[in-house]
Write a protein that binds this ligand. Structure first.
Ligand code: AHG
Ligand code: MN
Ligand code: MN
Length: 342
């Protein structure tokens, strides 16, 4: 062990500097070692690159629209495309990935024939909350990792259309006041903070759990008029049950809203709307990874009827109503809005 002299500025856990590489090597479940560990490390590198570009965006002409529209009909921003490109370039040639699904591309992404096929599927939202980019507000990258169904075949669409229950790992990189990587490989949720002068992610918190007492609820109130009566009654229930102890906070970057609620307790929701029966959030690369993390942190995620993790996607870009956070708050949504039992 290194002497502490001169190291007091570095975050240490029990006198140890725990880099993400060390944590992955020492703490990953045995069956997640090897390729999966390497993919997580590749994603950490992607996070460092995207973070560096995000922080310089105002200087490098990276703010604003790219002039393109993605498959969801949303304007793509320059940083959306840059982040997408970084993740593809870091993962297509490694022989670890069988196929990728990204918010920014209409079709699932095949691994070029010249590269070895891999046994994992990577699904991701390169930048979540990208409408916040131009105003210097937290954004993040969300990812999920599945095993391919048949290791002997090159990646296929059916490998990509798996329910969240099959995730072997998921996480996000949050570009906030600091850059953080939060992930789970099925044994708890762990967070790391990028130490900018070292360019290393260092362990911040092992085994994160939603605190029992929630502090926040995060819904876009402006859309309340498009929700069902039952949905609005749930919001009333939240306010009446927690009175002065539950505040409303809504960033408009689900990943950042989720992160705050994971640390302080709470619920994030993007309900169905009159003209958007499936809400806005994408199942495969937004809702399912965060649902996986939520369950690993003692929370829960639902579409109002069932666990997000049990929904089998039929389209890589399908949307789903989302409620995620403290278990009791999400179970209560189900109780109040579920159409199944009516
Ligand atoms: P993205 O930037 O990847 O398209 O996702 C934005 C999503 C989500 O992060 C956020 O919670 C939601 O859009 C905000 O939508 P509203 O502005 O309709 O509230
Ligand atoms: Mn998103
Ligand atoms: Mn996005």
């Amino acid at each position: 062990m290194l002497p502490r002299n001169g190291l007091s500025n570095l975050p240490m856990i029990d006198g140890q500097i725990v880099t993400i590489e060390r944590f992955l090597l020492e703490k990953q479940p045995e069956d997640a070692k090897g390729d999966l560990t390497a993919i997580l490390y590749d994603l950490a590198l992607a996070g460092k690159i995207i973070s560096a570009q995000t922080r310089r965006a105002g200087l490098l002409d990276l703010l604003g629209l790219a002039g393109k529209v993605n498959v969801q009909g949303e304007n793509q921003r320059k940083l959306d495309l840059l982040a997408d490109d970084v993740i593809i370039r870091l993962n297509d040639h490694t022989g670890r990935i069988g196929a990728l699904v990204t918010e920014e591309q209409k079709e699932w992404v095949r691994i070029p024939k010249e590269y070895k096929k891999g046994s994992y599927i990577l699904v991701y939202d390169p930048l979540d909350g990208s409408s916040n980019i131009d105003t210097n507000i937290s954004i993040g990258t969300i990812f999920g990792i599945y095993r391919v169904v048949d290791k002997n075949k090159r990646g296929r669409l059916e490998d990509c259309l798996q329910p969240g229950r099959n995730l072997v790992a998921a996480g996000y990189i949050l570009y906030g006041t600091s850059t953080m990587l939060v992930y789970s490989a099925g044994k708890g949720v762990h967070s790391f903070t990028l130490e900018p002068s070292l360019g290393e992610f260092l362990l911040s918190q092992e085994s994160m759990r939603f605190p029992e007492k929630p502090a926040y609820y995060s819904f876009n109130h402006a859309s309340g008029r498009y929700w069902t009566k039952e949905m609005n009654q749930y919001i009333d229930w939240l306010r009446n049950s927690y009175k002065h102890t539950l505040s409303h906070r809504y960033i408009g970057s689900m990943v950042a809203d989720f992160h705050r609620n994971l640390i302080h307790g709470g619920v994030f929701g993007y309900p169905a709307e009159e003209k958007k029966p499936n809400g806005k959030i994408r199942l495969l690369y937004e809702a399912a990874p965060l649902a996986f993390l939520a369950e690993q942190a003692g929370g829960y995620a639902s579409d109002g009827n069932q666990s997000i993790l049990d929904i089998v996607p039929t389209d890589i870009h399908q949307r789903v109503p989302v409620f995620v956070g403290n278990k009791n708050l999400v179970k209560k949504v189900e109780e109040m809005i579920s159409t199944k039992r009516k």
